[in-house]
Design a protein around this ligand. Structure first.
Ligand SMILES: *Cc1c(COP(=O)(O)O)cnc(C)c1O
Length: 404
């Protein structure tokens, strides 16, 4: 039987697309003594984090930090801007998009889901033209918000957020644009202000390389205006009190101070290297991992190469092979965790994360665990994915600036 305190030798390979492996430097920063969240030291930390998070979201406007998982920040985005019975337009790119849709319905919002029917839609990104067409039909402007997922973590497909903004503008529609980049932030290119996003939702345990337990809302002036008229019940999530007290670096309630030390360290690492350097590193890792998947002869869940996620790769298993049984073998034999197929694609695919504290060798090791597990499961592989990834990484050296 599995025991909680059982640890095999060496490091566990946490290759799920969040929580991601946390760099030791961040873990050490979090081990500092807990401080008084009303004391002078906290105010300095709070102001630093707000400024750093603005840089990471690429916004001039306020960023709310919640002691909650990403789901909390999803709820915060909706309850702060909408009223009961409001109509929102969402787009089904995968499991997380459909969970946000369900959450909206539970709040009493009339949510409408666009997208391709069946599992095929889970291989594509948002089709901005569909959004434009739908908004053009809404001549009475009953749709109050368009909500999309930037990096769909259940599939490994990204969506073009600037195109969604253009679609809303082309339709001359006043709806707010809300984007979930819970897994994308700080690993995939993201531009809150430039892309005209009104609320961006994110979380700590994926691209930001922190443990779970913290999440974010980046706002726009239009979202703040909408919050003044919104009547959905809110207290813990309410932006108004938070905006006021945040001005001095503090929070209306006890924030998770030690995670904030971790966030401070993560921001120093990410901003110190430069966001563009970080983004390029993840693109390169994604290329290396996908070279491996192609060499196996297995299809990649994302059907459009232009939309490959730099954060994770979804691998489809052949008909008759249960992807979760393959994952189980890989976990039990090689101490490596891979992401499960969620919702419509359960048992049909698994996910390899290339986010957090990775490097070429950890990714090659993860691919070797996959390769061994696939063979043990009876999957006929075309060739060696490990060899292909080694070839890719050797042929594409890391530019000096992109070291970890
Ligand atoms: C992880 C994730 C969520 C949910 O966040 P939790 O922290 O698990 O509540 C939502 N959307 C996306 C895209 C995610 O990757």
């Amino acid at each position: 039987m599995l025991q909680l305190d059982f640890h095999p030798t060496g490091r566990h390979f946490l290759q799920i697309p969040g929580p991601s492996p946390v760099p030791d430097r961040i873990l050490r920063a979090m081990s500092l003594p807990t401080i008084d969240h009303r004391g002078p030291e906290f105010g300095v930390l709070g102001l630093k984090l707000m400024a750093n998070m603005k840089a990471i979201f690429k916004t001039q406007h306020p960023v709310m930090i919640y002691p909650a998982s990403g789901t909390g920040a999803w709820e915060a985005a909706l309850v702060n801007t909408l009223s009961a019975g409001d109509h929102v337009l969402m787009y089904e790119t995968g499991h997380f998009a459909s969970l946000w849709f369900k959450l909206a319905a539970r709040l009493g919002i009339k949510a409408e889901l666009l997208g391709l029917p069946g599992a095929e839609g889970w291989r594509q990104g948002v089709d901005a033209h569909k959004i434009e067409e739908r908004l053009k039909q809404d001549t009475s402007h009953s749709i109050k918000a368009v909500c999309v997922v930037h990096n769909e973590t259940s599939t490994g497909v990204t969506s073009d957020i600037a195109a969604v903004r253009r679609a809303i503008d082309n339709a001359k529609h006043p709806a707010l644009l809300m984007v979930d980049t819970i897994s994308g932030l700080a690993s995939a290119d993201y531009r809150h202000d430039e892309w005209g996003v009104d609320v961006t939702v994110s979380g700590s345990q994926k691209g930001l390389m922190l443990p779970p337990g913290m999440s974010f809302n980046a706002l726009s002036p239009k979202a703040i205006e909408a919050s003044k008229k919104s009547t959905l019940p809110k207290s813990f999530w309410a932006w108004d009190e938070m905006l006021e007290i945040n001005k001095s670096g503090y929070y209306p309630y006890t924030p998770n101070t030690n995670l904030m030390y971790g966030l401070s360290e993560a921001c120093d690492m990410i901003l110190g290297q430069g966001l563009d350097v970080v983004f390029k590193r993840h693109v390169r890792w994604g290329e290396g991992v996908r070279a491996g998947v192609r060499a196996w002869g297995l299809p990649i869940q994302c059907a459009d190469p232009a939309l490959y996620s730099p954060i994770l790769t979804g691998v489809m298993t052949p008909d008759g092979i249960d992807a979760d049984a393959v994952r189980k073998i890989i976990y039990e034999r090689f101490d490596c965790s891979l992401g499960t197929g969620l919702g419509k694609v359960k048992g049909k695919m698994f996910r390899i994360g290339h986010l957090g504290d990775c490097n070429d060798l950890t990714l090659i090791a993860a691919l070797s665990a996959c390769e061994m597990g696939l063979k043990l499961s009876g999957v006929q592989l075309k060739g060696s994915g490990v060899q292909a990834a080694m070839d890719y990484f050797s042929a594409n050296p890391v530019p000096a600036l992109i070291q970890n």
